[in-house]
Design a protein around this ligand. Structure first.
Ligand SMILES: [Zn+2]
Length: 338
């Protein structure tokens, strides 16, 4: 396991990482959020396309707002979000999840970070995006083969979305889970009926770097907590956290007391840039050692889990309805978009 000892740059790095991750921590307010500040929803009554080619997406890419149809946007998202070597059914599931997420953003208002665009290419805010040049650089001589694979995954699921009550769901996804995904309220504090904790089949045999670790000198640990909780008080020589850690059923840390302050696993994950909230903490006398499993917020579809299911013969519909339990699959044309 790779362990990194952070230097004096630690605090500024932690604050930087927290600022990057903070949009991910924003709770979904309800199944379908109200328009921001009572404004009219940006696409109210304007989304008339019934397939990917008929939906225009405004995407902030490399700092510039580009306009393209949903098909082209999703090909770029797929190329950036999932390895091209993944199974076709996993790529199809990913295409439908990314399409649904994009429509959700369009319908319920873009991020405060970019009111001029529906989505951006910052993974801490929206979804990654690969341009055609990026694909050439990443795939080299396999460009034609992989580009065709991505195009096919998008085209063969044209318009398919994950829906709840006839509307696009908040179809979030993550890299991989340690055995189970997480329920939305355990990560964001907001309950969404289709974002429940479910089994996810990937193991260390399926995922590179299944385990990750981080060693934080005790003074850096305490400074990081004090920076966001000035009321925290630490005793010299003692463990900076109590042995009262509470874990969710999925193995992610829900809460632990540090310096007399109750911290959530999600908060600690952000503070120290951990790959997931499924971690243990060990005090060694002069440092805190984190051992982490999983990557990402853990809510919705696991990308590596989707690939394992695809290898087992599941089709993309089965994969989606497993990870978005209680949702329904509909095409854009079958939805009555508000
Ligand atoms: Zn964004």
């Amino acid at each position: 396991m790779k362990k990194i000892v952070l230097t004096s740059l630690f605090l500024s790095l932690a604050v930087f990482i927290f600022s990057l991750l903070s949009p991910l921590l924003r709770p979904p307010e309800s199944v379908f959020p109200p328009p921001p500040d009572g404004e009219e929803l940006p696409y109210a009554g304007k989304l008339t396309g019934t397939d990917d080619a008929g939906i225009t997406v405004r995407a902030l890419i490399g700092g510039e707002t580009e306009t393209m149809n949903m098909h082209d946007y999703l090909v770029g998202v797929l190329a950036a979000e999932m390895p091209a070597s993944f199974e076709t059914e996993a790529l199809r599931a990913q295409a439908a999840a990314a399409r649904t997420y994009t429509l959700y953003k369009m319908l319920y208002g873009p991020s405060d970070n970019h009111p001029e665009a529906d989505v951006c290419d910052d993974i801490s805010c929206c979804k990654a995006y690969a341009s055609d040049d990026d694909m050439h650089n990443n795939w080299g001589e396999d460009y034609e083969k992989y580009r065709a694979k991505m195009e096919n995954a998008v085209a063969s699921t044209d318009g398919v979305c994950i829906t709840y009550s006839g509307q696009p769901a908040l179809a979030v996804f993550h890299s991989f889970s340690p055995g189970m995904t997480e329920s939305s309220e355990n990560t964001w504090g907001g309950y969404l009926p289709y974002l429940r904790s479910v089994f996810s089949p990937e193991t260390e045999n399926d995922v590179p770097e299944y385990f990750s670790g981080l060693t934080v000198p005790i003074s850096d640990f305490e400074s990081a907590v004090e920076a966001v909780h000035p009321e925290a008080v630490f005793s010299e020589g003692a463990s900076p956290f109590s042995d009262d850690a509470v874990y969710s059923e999925s193995g992610r840390l829900m809460s632990v007391t540090a310096g007399g302050v109750s911290l959530s696993g999600t908060e600690i994950r952000s503070l120290f840039g951990l790959r997931s909230a499924a971690f243990t903490m060990e005090f060694t006398g002069d440092a805190v050692v984190f051992t982490c499993r999983g990557s990402g917020h853990g809510v919705g579809m696991s990308q590596y889990g989707a690939n394992v299911y695809a290898k087992e013969g599941w089709d993309y519909r089965e994969i989606l309805l497993h990870y978005y339990e209680g949702a329904e699959l509909k095409t854009i044309g079958e939805m009555n978009l508000r």
